[in-house]
Write a protein that binds this ligand. Structure first.
Ligand code: P6P
Length: 343
């Protein structure tokens, strides 16, 4: 069968009325920017882009999250900003790496979309050559808003018109949804284009594989202790089957495994991060991943509420994340809701 390129897929989606020309251009531009990020990450030590970004003096550069920036964090952020500035498809961008939204320069036309992204998630894995990725979310800019402010970005995840990620692994793979299924494209490096490799992905409802950072176990809430304890008890416990565990510490890689073969991913509240509200960011990690996972038949909650229905209160807000195979997410969420009800 003749391979379907990303461009052809976008034309199909426009003909189906799922997206408009501006959104189609936006996705093309983001995909092209991610190809450049893929080239930069694939150079590894040869590209002079490993290690920490330079800050004042000998200090590392620190981003809005209070995290030391890797050179590739900064490079990836710049690639996405530059690629999206001139096309006329965006009203503004927001990034994990920047405190405030970035307006489109006055010399360029503005569009009707807002783009949010984590330019290089999991960047702590770069220097040890483990897969990292770009996560992005697209919202409509409210009508008549020409200089979008933070409050214009603070829309629930149900308002997303597109979401996707690119995982820079052995292959460079784009996973994308417009709300009409979740689809996967693999980068054909010889041609330089993304080619449709899976249409209409479905995550198995059940799984025997979970992803969580076990080193935080003593800090978890009681329902999380109970739930994971049952998985670890395997055939000797109430679940009656053994579970396997994976933790890449790169959300894009962990989610892509779940998109590919099922599984469940948790970054729950724990005593260490309770005050911050969680580890992962709502607007450009949890919301896009929740949209992608739900469109593939999975579920995504905070352990107490559907992620996509949360009303955001801050651009860099953090939330707990439970996502993946529907039945496991529902069980873990039920334990938390039941425990709250018993209080
Ligand atoms: P921990 C990477 O820094 C990240 O934001 C996600 O990609 C990943 O799932 C998580 O944090 C890893 O967190 O606490 O295991 O290092």
């Amino acid at each position: 069968m003749k391979p379907v390129s990303l461009i052809q897929f976008l034309i199909e989606e426009r003909r189906a009325g799922h997206i408009n020309a501006e959104l189609s251009l936006l996705i093309e531009v983001v995909a092209r920017a991610c190809k450049r990020i893929s080239v930069a990450t694939n150079k590894g030590a040869l590209g002079g882009v490993l290690g920490m970004a330079a800050g004042e003096g000998d200090a590392a550069s620190i981003n809005i999250q209070g995290e030391a920036q890797k050179k590739l964090d900064v490079i990836s952020n710049e690639i996405l900003l530059e690629a999206n500035a001139w096309g006329g498809h965006l009203a503004a961008c927001a990034s994990e790496e920047m405190e405030d939204p970035q307006q489109i320069p006055d010399m360029y036309p503005k569009g009707n979309h807002l783009l949010l992204f984590d330019p290089l998630d999991g960047s702590s894995n770069i220097d040890v050559n483990i897969s990292v990725g770009t996560i992005f979310s697209v919202l409509r800019c409210p009508d008549h808003v020409t200089e979008p402010k933070v409050e214009h970005f603070l829309q629930p995840g149900t308002e997303q018109v597109a979401a996707g990620y690119v995982v820079y692994g052995p292959a460079t793979v784009l996973v994308l949804t417009f709300g009409h299924g979740t689809h996967e494209f693999t980068l054909d490096r010889e041609v330089g284009s993304f080619v449709l490799s899976r249409r209409g992905i479905r995550i198995p409802e059940e799984t025997a594989e979970f992803a969580i950072n076990m080193s935080n176990q003593r800090h978890w809430e009681a329902p999380m202790q109970r739930y994971v304890g049952e998985l670890l008890a395997g055939t000797e416990g109430p679940r009656g089957k053994d579970f396997n565990m994976r933790w890449v510490a790169s959300m894009v890689a962990d989610v892509h495994r779940i998109i590919t073969r099922g599984g469940v991913f948790f970054y729950p509240l724990d005593a260490k991060i309770q005050a911050k509200g969680g580890k992962l960011r709502l607007m450009y990690e949890a919301n896009p991943m929740a949209f992608i996972v739900e469109q593939a038949g999975g579920a995504a909650t905070t352990g107490r509420a559907r992620i996509l229905e949360l009303q955001p209160t801050a651009l860099h807000q953090r939330v707990p994340v439970f996502l993946g195979s529907r039945k496991e997410v529902e069980t873990a969420t039920h334990y938390h809701v039941e425990a709250d009800g018993a209080r």
